[in-house]
Ligand binder design. Structure first.
Ligand code: NAP
Length: 276
């Protein structure tokens, strides 16, 4: 018998399957359930216990991880099992918005369970490895109790009692990621498919890593707005010259034009207009 916390994982898609695998690898007795039962087969072969229903999975462990496509699916799994939720800690790692997390949290709490909402800041191949982290919000008592077990999936980061805070921080971080990846895809389109692999490895990745440092709060203004406006216009025009759509950059120029119009001089306003 393992002395590790037993855990149930509901939802064994790309991410849920990786989470269940991480618990098994860390020696936690793990019960699994998935709507499409065959996705549990490899995990069961590796030592997991198959639950016949989602309700059985909730019943099987004090700590219940839920990781499905969206809140509609998560709520549809919880609601018919209202009687099972009492004294359980429901950790919902399904992506969603803060108000959805608060609503599901209130529903679980009203039925005598404790609720933690989570945002997974990793892709499945990162689960159980250094570098991955998961944001949690909701019951601080439940978090303290299960923090060590949750660490089997990824480094846990607690952001507060308001159940919506993990989702808020998750969506904000994903917004930064999508923005950065969109910029990176634009960059590789500019250099073209032939140069893109070498460009990505030797220039783009080191550049993005180095530039993350400029996000640190600082009083110094090393990059004046007029210089940035000129640069952006050049990038947009350079993109067009390579036959690459410049919508991403003209989108950035809109707030810059507004800042400039608010007091940085008519010359720059004219410059930015060139690109509209
Ligand atoms: P996925 O591979 O598409 O799996 C979706 C899961 O949801 C499957 O287990 C699926 O069951 C289940 N599901 C969907 N609708 C359902 C319903 N109505 N009733 C019961 N189960 C239902 O997606 P995933 O990558 O595992 O993503 C799961 C969650 O993790 C999402 O909220 C996602 O945002 C989050 N996440 C994913 C990643 C990633 O890179 N993959 C990264 C961070 C966070 P079936 O197998 O029966 O279809």
């Amino acid at each position: 018998m393992s002395d590790k916390q037993s855990v149930s994982v509901i939802g064994l898609g790309s991410m849920g399957g990786a989470l269940a695998r991480a618990f098994l690898d860390a020696g936690h007795p793990t019960t699994v359930w998935n709507r499409t039962a065959a996705k549990a087969d490899d995990l069961v072969a590796a030592g997991a216990t198959r639950a016949a229903t989602a309700g059985d999975a909730i019943w099987a462990s004090d700590l219940v991880i839920l990781c499905v496509l969206d809140y509609e699916a998560a709520n549809a799994l919880l609601e018919p099992n209202a009687d099972m939720v009492k004294d359980r800690v429901i950790v919902n790692l399904t992506n969603g918005r803060p108000e959805q997390a608060r609503r599901t949290g209130a529903w679980v709490t009203a039925r005598g369970g404790a609720y933690l909402d989570g945002g997974i800041m990793a892709v499945p191949s990162m689960i159980g490895k250094p570098g991955a982290f998961v944001l949690y919000s909701g019951s601080g008592t439940a978090y303290e109790r299960y923090e060590a077990a949750l660490a089997a999936m990824a480094a846990p980061v607690y952001v507060g009692e308001d159940a919506g805070l993990a989702a808020l921080n998750d969506l904000a971080l994903l917004s930064a990621m999508y923005g950065a990846i969109a910029g990176a895809r634009h960059a590789t389109a500019m250099v073209g498919p032939e140069r893109a692999p070498e460009f990505t490895t030797s220039l783009l990745i080191p550049w993005l890593r180095a530039m993350a440092a400029v996000l640190e709060p600082s009083e110094d203004e090393e990059s004046p707005l007029d210089m940035q406006a000129v640069g952006l216009v050049n990038i947009a025009q350079g993109s067009r010259a390579e036959g690459v759509d410049d919508a991403l950059l003209t989108h950035l120029l809109t707030p810059m034009r507004d800042i400039i119009a608010a007091g940085e001089g008519a010359v720059l306003t004219e410059l930015v207009k060139e690109i509209r």
